[in-house]
Design a protein around this ligand. Structure first.
Ligand SMILES: *Cc1c(COP(=O)(O)O)cnc(C)c1O
Length: 380
């Protein structure tokens, strides 16, 4: 193998077509030719967000999108309900505080999904909540939150629904318009299988009407500037974008739409199901609660007597496969397998074959083939 197999929750392996698109000559970012590429890419972005809103590309990792969500909406002491069930939920809360908002934290135990009734309860008790933040797919715990159901709750309230779909868009069901999401962000390097370095945001009229009243707390991520430049002919970004990464996004989104969004989500769901079968076949335990399993990554409890560095070190050094460890208090207690982007049966077969051998070498009582057989059965 001439490259590492990235079975982590981003970055994911990037198709050759996308890598080659990035080697095209750099264009004037204010010229007609680039304007067309930008418009095409933004239109595809909206299609993948399943929205009639405009979408905008940001030069920055997924976190720049998270920052844009809050920095454009908040004024001092605005109340925000932050749903926090893992590392990324925490980040949205920290950003709320960074931009001088008043955070009301809805704590969800790690490994669990939020209960929409709990969101409703807090909204009932506080009629001045300006926004609710939620991470759709919490990558630190491999849990998916009920986007549609929470969106449904929000319908009855004025609060904006601000959602992070960095590790779910194009790998799980994200219907921005239908689910009542007011602003939604994603990142390039996860299910979209583009290189890291870009975020995208889409904003509906309701959110714009709030943003238009607010003196934005950011210069670089001021979305009013993005709207103004985006509306120009040719379409532009307010500051020089990463031109090559825009080419990459255009190609990656084309691949998503060629495969078909529904097909791609189904492929992710099958990969997730097969992964869980293989984990159980190996006699290992899943971390997340049932019914909250992510489509795009799986967290597995570290088997007794195995260290994270031995497990992931062997996988990396001997078999060329990168897995992810646990974050914060889960460090050493779980490991995570990303099955997002272009990942399918081939990559998962390699991963589970190598995982079985790794566990055997580390002295675990594993029956070789038990994971791979379960994987095959799930796929047949
Ligand atoms: C990866 C990820 C992010 C963004 O991380 P960056 O390192 O800034 O790209 C945000 N939210 C979730 C859920 C993620 O998985």
């Amino acid at each position: 193998m001439d490259e590492t197999l990235l079975m982590i929750p981003g970055p994911t392996n990037v198709p050759r077509r996308v890598l080659e698109a990035m080697s095209a000559p750099i264009l004037n970012h204010r010229g007609v030719e680039f304007g067309e590429i930008l418009e095409d890419t933004n239109a595809m972005m909206s299609e993948v967000f399943q929205t009639n809103n405009e979408s905008y590309l940001l030069t920055g990792s997924g976190t720049s999108g998270m920052e844009a969500l809050l920095a454009n909406v908040l004024e001092k002491d605005d109340k925000v309900l932050n749903i926090v069930g893992g590392k990324f939920g925490e980040r949205l809360m920290q950003l709320t505080e960074t931009f001088n908002g008043q955070s009301i934290e809805l704590t969800v135990p790690w490994g669990h999904a939020v209960n929409p009734d709990d969101v409703k309860k807090i909204l009932e008790e506080n009629d001045d909540i300006k926004a609710v933040t939620m991470v759709h797919n919490e990558s630190s715990t491999a849990v998916v939150n009920p986007l549609k159901e929470v969106g449904n709750v929000l319908k009855d309230y004025d609060a904006l629904f601000l959602v992070d779909t960095v590790s779910s868009l194009a790998g799980d069901d994200v219907k921005v318009d239908e689910y009542n999401v007011d602003a939604c962000i994603t990142g390039s390097q996860k299910c979209l299988a583009a290189p890291p370095g870009m975020a995208a945001i889409t904003i509906n009229d309701e959110a714009w009407s709030v943003i238009d009243k607010v003196d934005s707390q950011t210069y670089y991520l001021n979305m009013k500037k993005y709207r103004k430049s985006g509306d120009k002919k040719p379409s532009q970004t307010p500051f020089t974008p990463s031109v090559s990464l825009v080419y990459a996004m255009q190609e990656a989104l084309s691949i998503v739409l060629e495969e078909g969004l529904d097909e791609r989500i189904k492929r992710h769901a099958l990969g997730a199901k097969a992964t869980r079968s293989a984990v159980k076949g190996l006699g290992l335990e899943l971390f997340a609660e049932e019914n909250a399993y992510s489509n795009t990554l799986t967290a597995i409890k570290m088997p007794e007597g195995v260290t994270d560095s031995d497990l992931r070190g062997t996988m990396r050094n001997k078999y060329g496969i990168e897995l992810a460890g646990g974050q914060d208090h889960l460090k050493g207690n779980v490991f995570r397998i990303g099955h997002m982007g272009m990942t399918g049966l081939n990559e998962l077969s390699m991963t589970f074959a190598a995982l079985e051998m790794t566990l055997k070498e580390l002295g675990q009582d594993i029956e070789l083939g038990s994971g791979v057989v379960a994987l095959e059965k799930a796929y047949l």
